[in-house]
Design a protein around this ligand. Sequence first.
Ligand code: 5GP
Ligand code: ZN
Length: 115
Amino acid sequence: MPIDCLFCKIVAGEIPVEFVYESDTVVAFRDINPQAPTHVLVIPREHISTINDLSVEDEVLVGSLYTAAREIAVAEGIADAGYRTVMNCNEGAGQSVFHIHLHVLGGRPMNWPPG
Ligand code: 5GP
Ligand code: ZN
């Protein structure tokens, strides 16, 4: 585990967080600063800093972030109305935690283009 990775500490249980979803490879929990009525972060248990660090071997793992998002959307009751999934890459796109995470946002209308 990289020293001082907040999300690795959450995966390890060092920072107590209620998981809304968990599997062998990913966990999901509510964003501390929600930008929509539903705002969940889906993260791999394994540390990967940014999208730029992904390799072909991670393709199944990345897919599992999306199948988790689908299940979370159903559980949150936002699947039919619609929801947004976002993964920011690097500071210029707004990434502030350098352990990849898929934002799942819903429960309000989503504008396009995003800011
Ligand atoms: P990013 O800006 O990297 O795309 O998203 C990081 C997200 O993590 C932000 O939406 C921020 O609110 C959330 N976040 C930062 N620290 C914590 C924390 O300690 N707990 C939770 N649940 N979310 C956090
Ligand atoms: Zn990490």
